[in-house]
Design a protein around this ligand. Sequence first.
Ligand code: HEC
Ligand code: HEC
Length: 288
Amino acid sequence: MKMRVTLVVGCAVIGLLLGYWLLAMPQLSQVAISDTPVAIARGEYLISAGGCVSCHAGSVDSSSMSGGLALVSEFGTFYVPNITPHPETGIGGWQAKDFLLAMRHGRSPDGGYYYPAFPYRSYAGLSDQDILDMAAYLVSLPPVESQVPPHELPFWLFRWMMAVWNLIADFLQSDFESLSDPAQLRGAYLARHLGHCGECHTPRNVLGMSVLTQEFAGATMGEGHVEALNSEALRGWTEEDFAFFLFLGMKPDGDYVGGKMEPVIEHNTSRLTEEDRQALAAFFKRQI
Ligand code: HEC
Ligand code: HEC
C-alpha cells in the first residue's frame, strides 16, 4: 500500500516537473522598444524584408496591418491577426519582451503557443535588434479596430500541442554549413530568417515541419509545385539574373513568376536595397 502511494506521488511529481519544463516561459533580457525615427525607419525596412505585409495586410484596409486574411492549410483555416496597436482587437500594450517571445519562441504574452502558420521558426534566427526595431515601427502605426475571426481547426488540434511540436522540430533541426563571405552571410540571414524563403521552398514532413536536410529542394503547396532553389535548379541563372528576378519577378527566360511568389516580389524583395538583393543572389548561387 505504502509503496503504491509513493509510486503515485512520485509519478505525479515527475509529471508536474516535466509539464513545467515543457511549458515554462523562456528567460529574456530586460529591453525596451525605442521610439526614435532611426529605429522606426529601420523597422519599416525590416517589416518589408520580413514579408509581414503578405499575410498581415488588412483584408478590409489593405494599407494597414489589421489582418483578417484566411490562410487555408491541410491543418485548417488560420485567420491572420491584427498587429496594429489597437488595445482590444490588435496588439496594443505589447512590450519589447512580448515581441521577442512571439518572434523568437512562438509564444504569446500570456504564455500560450502560436501555430506555425505564423512562420516563427524562421524568424527565431533574427537578431534582438531587428525584432525590437520591427516592434518600434509596429507600435508607431495608427491603431486600427478590426476583430479577426477565430481559426477554424479540427477538434483535436490545441495550442499546447505546439510545445511538443517545437520539441520535435528542435530535435530534427540540422546544422547549416558555416559561411565566411559577408555577402553570403547576409544573404543567408535574409533567406533563412527574415525572408523565410524556406517556408515555401523547403519540403515539409507529415507533421508540417521543414525538412532542413533538404533545404530549398522545392515543395508542394496545395495542388501546386514550388520550384527548388538549390545549385542544381539555379544552374542556368547568374547572380545578376537572380538579383534582377527579386526586383521585378522576371526569370532569365523572360517569363514572369506567378502564384504565391508574386506578393513576395511585390511586398518584400522588390523593396530591398540593391545590396540585399545581391546578398540573396550571392547566397543562393554559392558553391556547395
Ligand atoms: C505566412 C503568414 C504570416 C507571415 C509572413 C507573418 N505572420 Fe505574423 N502571424 C500569422 C498568423 C497566422 C498568426 C496567428 C498565429 C496563431 O494564432 O497561433 C500570426 C501572429 C503574429 C503575431 C501575434 C499576434 C497576436 O495577436 O498575438 C505577431 C506579433 C506577428 N504575427 C508579427 C509578424 C511579423 C512582425 C511578421 C514579419 C516579420 C509576420 N508576423 C509575418 C501569419 C503570418
Ligand atoms: C509564400 C510562399 C513563398 C515564399 C515565402 C517564397 N517563395 Fe519563391 N516561389 C513561390 C512559388 C509558389 C513559386 C512558383 C511560382 C509560379 O508557379 O510561377 C516561387 C518561385 C520562385 C522562383 C522562381 C524559380 C524558378 O525556377 O522559376 C524563385 C527564384 C524564388 N521563388 C525565390 C524566392 C526567394 C529568394 C524567396 C525568399 C526571399 C522566396 N522565393 C520566398 C513561393 C514562395
